[in-house]
Structure formats: structure tokens, C-alpha cells
Design a protein around this ligand. Structure first.
Ligand code: HEC
Length: 193
């Protein structure tokens, strides 16, 4: 019966987090903390690299360090941790159907007046018969981001990015726009429900 209730709740889940038959508070908190840590580590690395050698130098932080940090979290926890966006720079960050729907809902929530800095969404989904907790946290565009994602880029930075990312779509953002989101998939133990 509990399983039926959960399935029913999931069926209803559109945008707002649901009350599940099982309490997932601990798992959601763990995902949230990982996303926060990821964000802080990345910002620190980015700020340091920008101070040291400007945005041209900092491109390598995003190019190499961001995926490396994501990988460390994935290995540490046995999760899938990454970043995605409706307009990606790296096509490897292209959202899957679930992520795309959440990103679209974040844009709708922003239009309705919600602050992107506080925006998150999670859902328990079934993948090949296994349950997973999927979590996303919106990433707002800060002034720091505009050097590489803004409307006008320094020509050297632009060339560097174009060389590394010929399919870049992640330009033209303004402060406060949703640049993308952290996305975390956490396998759940079987037979919880
Ligand atoms: C120095 C240049 C630079 C700065 C500054 C920068 N980024 Fe990026 N950003 C990049 C590069 C390069 C990538 C591609 C990384 C990869 O290959 O995964 C990227 C990718 C991303 C992605 C992953 C989705 C995608 O488009 O592929 C997000 C989200 C993102 N950046 C957000 C931000 C935010 C938020 C800030 C400000 C806090 C920021 N970036 C500042 C260069 C930059």
C-alpha cells in the first residue's frame, strides 16, 4: 500500500516537492549540502584564478576544474554530480529530459517572482527498476560570471572559449539570470517503501 501511495504521489509530482511515504529528508539534505559545497569551491577557485590572471586564466578553472570537482563528488559518494543548463557551453552538460523539465520550471518560477538563489527541486524517480533521488539547485548569474557568460566578452577570452567550445550557447546572460543548475542523482537503497 505504501508503495502504491508513493507511486501515486510521484504521478502527481509536477513542480512542487511531494510528501513521500518514506522520509527522504536525510538524502535531500545530503544532496543540498553537496551542491552548496560544489558552488563554494568553484567560486573560490574562480575568484582566485581571476585575480591571478584574469578571465583568460580562469577559463581553465571552468574547463578543467569544474568537471574534476564534480567527478570527485561522484566518486566519493557513488552519485552522479554535475552541472547542466538550457544553453550549454559544453555539450557534455546537455540536460536529459528530467533535467530539462526542471530547468524550464525554474524559469517559470523565476518569472513568477521567486529568487533563483533559493530555488531547488527534487523527486524520487525509478530508473531501470531502481529508485533514485534526483536533486537540482539553480545557479544564478553573478557579476563574476559575466566575463565569460555575459553579453560582451573580451576578445581574447572569446577566442579562447570559441576554440575550446565551438558549440557554445552559454553567452548573453545578465546578472540574476539562471545560468544553469547543479544536478545530483543519488541511488536509493532497494525496498525502502
Ligand atoms: C573564466 C571564464 C568563466 C567564468 C568567469 C565563469 N564560467 Fe561558467 N563556464 C565556463 C566554461 C569554460 C564552461 C564549460 C565547462 C565544462 O567544460 O564543463 C562553463 C560552464 C558552466 C556551467 C555548466 C553548463 C554549461 O554551460 O556547460 C555552468 C552552470 C556555469 N558555467 C555557470 C557559471 C557561473 C554561475 C559563473 C559565475 C559564478 C561562471 N560560470 C563563471 C567559463 C566560465
Amino acid at each position: 500500500m505504501q508503495r502504491l501511495l508513493t507511486v501515486f504521489a510521484l504521478g502527481l509530482t509536477a513542480i512542487t516537492p511531494q510528501l513521500y511515504a518514506t522520509d527522504y529528508t536525510a538524502e535531500v539534505t545530503a544532496s543540498r549540502e553537496t551542491a552548496q559545497e560544489f558552488m563554494q569551491t568553484l567560486k573560490k577557485e574562480l575568484q582566485a584564478a581571476m585575480q591571478e590572471g584574469g578571465p583568460v586564466n580562469a577559463v581553465s578553472v571552468c574547463n578543467l576544474t569544474a568537471p574534476a570537482i564534480a567527478n570527485t563528488y561522484s566518486i566519493r559518494n557513488g552519485w552522479d554530480v554535475g552541472r547542466t543548463s538550457l544553453k550549454t557551453r559544453n555539450p557534455g552538460n546537455t540536460p536529459d529530459a528530467w533535467e530539462r523539465a526542471v530547468l524550464v520550471s525554474f524559469e517559470e518560477r523565476k518569472r513568477a517572482g521567486e529568487d533563483p538563489a533559493m530555488m531547488e527541486f527534487y523527486e524520487v524517480v525509478s530508473q531501470d527498476g531502481n529508485q533514485q533521488l534526483r536533486y537540482m539547485k539553480a545557479i544564478p548569474t553573478a557579476p563574476l560570471c559575466l566575463a565569460c557568460h555575459g553579453q560582451q566578452l573580451d576578445s581574447i577570452v572569446k577566442t579562447r572559449i570559441e576554440t575550446l567550445y565551438p558549440q557554445d550557447q552559454a553567452l548573453g546572460y545578465k546578472e540574476g539570470d539562471i545560468r544553469g543548475a547543479f544536478s545530483i542523482t543519488q541511488p536509493l537503497p532497494a525496498a525502502r517503501d
